[in-house]
Ligand binder design. Structure first.
Ligand code: SME
Length: 150
């Protein structure tokens, strides 16, 4: 299925619900189901840490500090990261040793990073720039469909 169709499906999936945690949960399930990512899920900014949120895949690290790992860097810089080889990313946090490449995109709401979406593959160099754009679109749909409590 093409990406545009998938994004429309996600919009339909989320349109009847506004709870942010519920929508993160179904978004993670949708991404796992449609793309078979090794691990896919969310970390939310809670106080001064990223805290593990809804995800699909193996057990993961629960707390990440700002600037640490790919997720903490994404939070700090509010940029998306495409990491073709996790072993070459300084400070990469290996929650699971099978993870070889990953994409992390920030969840930005009213100019602030409120969390990140992380997709991991067990294959090297498994993501393209088009995947980053797609996951950014996924995050935009999620934020626009949800009530964010500040
Ligand atoms: N690899 C991430 C940590 C999260 S897990 O991959 C689920 C990082 O370096 O921030």
């Amino acid at each position: 299925m093409n990406r545009k169709t998938l994004l429309n499906q996600l919009k339909s999936l989320l349109e009847s619900e506004t709870n942010f945690i519920t929508n993160m949960a179904n978004t993670a399930a949708f991404l796992k189901q449609e793309h078979g990512y090794f691990w896919v899920g969310f970390y939310s900014v809670i106080k001064d840490e990223l805290l593990l949120g809804p995800f699909q895949g193996p057990i993961a690290c629960t707390r990440i500090n700002k600037g640490k790992g790919v997720c903490g860097k994404t939070w700090e810089t509010m940029d998306s990261y495409l990491v073709p080889d996790v072993d070459k990313f300084p400070g990469h946090i290996a929650c699971n040793s099978f993870s070889r490449s990953e994409v992390v995109v920030p969840l930005v709401y009213k100019g602030k990073c409120i969390g990140v979406l992380d997709a991991d593959s067990d294959k090297l160099d498994d993501f393209t720039a088009a995947d980053v754009t797609y996951l950014q679109d996924v995050v935009e749909i999620l934020i626009n469909s949800s009530e964010i409590i500040e």
